[in-house]
Design a protein around this ligand. Structure first.
Ligand code: ACM
Length: 531
């Protein structure tokens, strides 16, 4: 085995701290050869894997390690992603190769592991991740990453050792839809800020990124046939800043980056309410032909597209056509929430006309659960954002739609809304759905949450982050972490593994990882942080 022999500044620092420890009289505790570094147990991962069989010697990544991948473009990219993750902190070269011996191997084996599942086998000689699709390899890489010390996340060379516990992890998701939503309308976030959040979500095996691209306060995506939507409708935000919008190239860059992390982008154009930015940009979209002013407050429910006018559907067709063309993902979210300025009859008529437009451009409709008060299109998904104390009638309406074939994405606002304050003292966020501490967010079962909903109707969970009070990446992180990790676990891990007391320990171990990545997070007193 080849080793570095030169004394690096890092080694000098380590030596220095050992001497300090010795001077403090603690040398035998700190340096006894018996205190072998322990590898993270295979089940200390978030989301917890479906099945774990520990055993055998750990694998230790060394300077000689190579990463062998199947010779497909996607697999090579996952290998390159893994190498990029490991190189800065290990300082090892970690070449990615498609042939020859290698102690880190990614393998594709058709069939057995499904669209996103994988198996990780670790032992003295190395670690192998086997999957049936590149997404499974990618998720397996996230597990491998969490089995390594938190310092692997750092961008400078760390001492290691880089041990992976011996044994086997067999893993596959409970739900196909595991999403997070970012509201880029109330405050605009740059492409780089969105990429940063994508990277944070990928660590927890999320696979859907819902972008709330339009609302009263801002229109954030360039539409060539209606250019003022972005240039004027996107020119401000809550509180009156300059706002912003994504060019088509920007949006495609986000879509590509998300795809490289195995997240599908779900774009949302919220309609017929939440449309002041569009109505302000084009007078002809208003029933009275008069454009309202841009809006920088935080009220909801005051705007509506003009349901009787034909131009409304020309507009919707153009927007959906252009957005669908930019979006390789299956879904197009049409909003439909809080249409308080649209009559019920108009709302139903609007959804009857707009859903076929989505289908015409080969996308599947997602709408907030108010869509179930109209007639959801065949195959449409409804996103439930009610509370424990939402009326029985409203819940029954959603359950009835689910019984009739509408799939559900669960985003209960008093559990999964990441903009809700944790406690009264949380400096950011809102509290209209209540205070949502980490345990409350995690401790429920999506499979049995809504009475009368067949289990097969629940397609998964999504954690929305509304940004009335959120203006920067540190804000996103502080509100999302730790809660979003629990959402990931609700979406991925088998119901039988659900256990707050076990979860909180695994969650606590994520803190040093977030710190190593330079992320902000909320140090909830419910979590037994170790550092
Ligand atoms: C929503 O929170 N209005 C979906």
């Amino acid at each position: 085995m080849r080793r570095h022999h030169s004394t690096t500044p890092r080694m000098a620092r380590i030596l220095g701290s050992l001497l300090l420890v010795a001077a403090a009289g603690a040398f035998t505790v700190a340096a006894t050869p018996a205190s072998k570094p322990a590898a993270t147990p295979l089940d200390q991962v978030v989301p917890v894997p479906a099945s774990v069989t520990p055993g055998g010697s750990p694998y230790r990544i060394t300077h000689e390690a190579r990463i062998r991948v199947p010779d497909t473009r996607a697999a090579r990219q996952v290998g390159a992603y893994l190498a990029d993750l490991l190189r800065p902190s290990t300082g090892y070269p970690l070449p990615v190769t498609t042939r020859g011996p290698a102690d880190i191997q990614l393998r594709l084996q058709p069939g057995k592991f499904g669209a996103e599942g994988y198996r990780l086998d670790s032992g003295h000689g190395g670690v192998t991740i086997t999957a049936s699709a590149p997404a499974g390899l990618f998720h397996g890489v996230q597990t491998l990453r969490q089995l390594l010390p938190a310092s692997v996340e750092k961008k400078s060379v760390q001492p290691g050792p880089w041990l992976v516990a011996g044994g086997t992890v067999q893993d596959t998701p409970r739900f196909a839809y595991r999403g997070a939503m970012l509201d880029v309308s109330r405050h605009f976030f740059t492409v780089d800020q969105v990429k940063r959040y994508i990277d944070e979500l990928a660590l927890y095996k999320f696979n859907e990124l819902h972008l709330h691209l339009s609302d009263d306060q801002g229109w954030r995506i360039a539409i060539d046939s209606w250019p003022r939507l972005a240039t004027y409708g996107g020119s401000t935000q809550v509180g009156g800043g300059t706002g912003g919008h994504y060019t088509k190239a920007d949006y495609q860059e986000i879509v590509r980056y998300a795809a490289s992390r195995y997240l599908e982008v779900v774009p949302e154009i919220d309609m017929p309410g939440h449309t002041n930015a569009a109505l302000a940009s084009y007078a002809e979209l208003n029933c009275d032909g008069v454009a309202p002013s841009l809006y920088t407050g935080t009220e909801v429910g005051f705007s509506s597209l003009c349901v009787p006018k034909q131009i409304t559907y020309d507009f919707v067709d153009d927007v959906i056509r252009e957005l669908a063309a930019l979006t390789p993902g299956r879904y197009l979210h049409i909003g439909g929430d809080e249409a308080h300025s649209t009559s019920h009859a108009d709302y139903v008529a609007f959804m009857d006309k707009v859903q076929p437009i989505v289908a015409k451009y080969s996308k599947t409709v997602i709408g907030w659960h108010q869509l179930t008060g109209a007639t959801p299109a065949k195959g449409a998904l409804a996103q439930y954002w009610g509370l424990d104390d939402t009326s029985a009638e409203e819940k029954a309406q959603v359950a009835k739609a689910a019984q009739n074939g509408t799939g559900l994405i669960l985003s209960p606002a008093d559990r999964l809304y990441l903009d809700m304050k944790y406690t009264e003292d949380t400096p950011l966020g809102q509290d209209w759905a209540g205070l949502v501490e980490v345990r409350r967010s995690y401790d429920w079962d999506p499979g049995t949450y809504l009475a009368g909903v067949p289990g097969s109707a629940v397609r998964g969970v999504e954690a929305p982050l509304w940004t009335e009070t959120i203006t920067k990446s540190a804000d996103i992180e502080y509100m999302a972490f730790p809660r979003v990790a629990g959402v990931a676990e609700l979406g991925w891990s088998p119901a039988a593994t659900h256990d707050w007391d076990a979860y909180k320990v695994r969650l606590a171990a994520q803190g040093p990882r977030w710190e190593a990545r330079g992320m902000a997070y909320y140090r909830s007193p419910q979590v037994p942080w170790t550092d």
